[in-house]
Design a protein around this ligand. Structure first.
Ligand code: ATP
Ligand code: MG
Length: 365
């Protein structure tokens, strides 16, 4: 048995018409960092709160460290939780805020001091130790909230969007701090976010949810390279994957605007005997404008006129209409064009994804 086991977990709130979480099954290993991602309302917090014990489990079984804890009180589950809207005690100093939970648990004073010393050090809060929360920045306050969780020395950390109140720059630095903390402490962590970049950069494995149902679980690059359906393909990655309604006839991929691309044998093999209408998806970085790729896929060269650009230096996006759909290509700084420029480009055919037009499930073998 794994460290945390969720077996066919369901949640239906009283008075709700349908389940908020349906048949959620997942095994989490000790020391793993798991991220739950998905759009607003997909059931991330509900699942986390059931693990914490703040919500009843309607159906299924939850095990932590080998013990079934469905009916166990939150304080006896061995978890520490960090919320989005953590409330620090405004009249207490940083060290008192961090120590407060331990004082409540009647931990001896000497031990509390040791733990607080350790926490302020590991979180870089030493010079703020005697300050009150109102005299701290958002990131420093967030670190105090983390401090309260780590001193409790629990088996599992549960974090629900802990960084969403911070500005973009602070989010990036706190993201690194939490990752470092996880490497140092090795505490099994479940981290809820709707930010796929946070999930991709921090997690060992990501769980993607939609409308209460787990869509896919896997390592970040696994989800990026092999999404099981169009939803996952579209959710992971920025800018979003491009999608086209297409028809595959023999080895020819036909687009809504009449464009055609010949499919290489490797790809046909992965498509088996699937032909006809389907959805093709390709990521912006797999649309190529460089000479080498243009030469390689010379026969399937396409043309378009640039409608918009996003130039950020290291990351440059060109927008144009192709195949009847707005398309974004991610290009290097050597291929930046201006609005109105006519461009030639090719698709990396081996990087294409194919989805059933009705079920939207991946049809690649
Ligand atoms: N106390 C409640 N009573 C009834 N329905 C609820 C309750 N809490 C949440 N829900 C519903 O359950 C579903 C899942 O909510 P949940 O808060 O888990 O979503 P989430 O993925 O955390 O979303 P967000 O990213 O917005 O925080 C939603 O449809 C929500 O409206
Ligand atoms: Mg939530």
């Amino acid at each position: 048995m794994s460290f945390i086991e969720l077996k066919h977990i369901n949640k239906k709130y009283e008075n709700a018409e349908r389940n908020s979480v349906t048949d959620f099954t997942l095994s989490i290993e000790e020391k793993e960092f798991i991220a739950f991602v998905g759009p607003s309302g997909c059931g991330k917090s509900t699942t986390l709160r059931m693990i914490a014990g703040f919500e009843d489990i309607t159906g299924g079984d939850l095990y932590i460290d080998g013990v079934r804890v469905n009916e166990t009180a939150p304080r006896d589950r061995g978890i520490a939780m960090v919320f989005q809207n953590y409330a620090l005690y405004p009249h207490m100093t940083v060290e008192k805020n961090i120590a407060y939970g331990l004082m409540n648990m009647k931990v001896p004073a000497g031990e509390i001091k040791k733990k607080v010393d350790w926490a302020v050090k590991i979180l870089g809060l030493e010079e703020f130790r005697y300050r009150k929360p109102k005299n701290l920045s958002g990131g420093q306050r967030q670190r105090v909230a983390l401090g309260r969780a780590i001193v409790k020395n629990q088996k599992v950390f549960l974090m629900d969007e802990p960084l969403s109140n911070l500005d973009a720059k602070l989010r990036v630095s706190m993201r690194n701090e939490i990752s470092r903390l996880h490497r140092e402490l090795g505490t099994t962590t479940i981290y809820v976010t709707h930010d796929q970049v946070e999930a991709m950069t921090m997690a060992d494995r990501i769980v993607i949810m939609k409308e209460g149902v787990m869509q896919q679980v896997g390592r970040p690059m696994e989800l990026y390279e092999h999404p099981v359906n169009k939803f996952v393909a579209g959710f992971i990655g920025s800018p979003q994957m491009n999608f086209y309604p297409v028809v595959l006839e023999d080895n020819l991929l036909k687009f809504a605007d009449g464009s055609r691309i010949a499919m290489p044998d490797v790809m046909l093999e992965r498509l088996g005997d699937r032909r006809g209408e389907m959805i093709m998806g390709i990521r912006g970085e797999d649309i190529k404008l460089d000479e080498q790729n243009m030469e390689l896929y010379q026969k399937d060269r396409q043309h378009a006129v640039v409608e918009n650009t996003e130039v950020m230096g290291n990351e440059n996006n060109l927008y144009f209409t192709f195949g009847g759909s707005l398309t974004v290509a991610r290009v290097s700084k050597y291929e930046i064009s201006q609005i109105g420029d006519a461009i030639d480009f090719v698709f990396s055919p081996l990087k294409m994804h194919f989805f059933d037009k009705d079920t939207e499930e991946s049809i690649l073998k």
